[in-house]
Design a protein. Structure first.
Length: 76
């Protein structure tokens, strides 16, 4: 699954995937990311590389001045 986002100015970025029970599945953090358009690939694995089951997941996108959550469906 590819997640696309845009930064209007340099910022720290945190993208976290949660399962529907609210458990942290995968996390990606970057500091001092320059302004621009970006995309990030989540390969349907957890932080230890184990494949995750098909189902609904929540992706949290956070910067110091902005937070958003998006629901996604992972199909195997």
């Amino acid at each position: 699954m590819t997640y696309s986002y845009q930064l209007p100015k340099e910022s720290d970025v945190s993208i976290t995937v949660y399962d529907v029970l609210g458990r942290n599945v995968w996390n990606h953090v970057e500091t001092d990311k320059p302004a621009g358009h970006y995309s990030l690939m989540w390969k349907g694995v957890n932080d230890t590389g184990q494949l995750q089951a098909s189902g609904v997941y929540l992706i949290s996108f956070s910067t110091p001045g902005f937070n958003a959550v998006q629901k996604v469906l992972l199909l195997r």
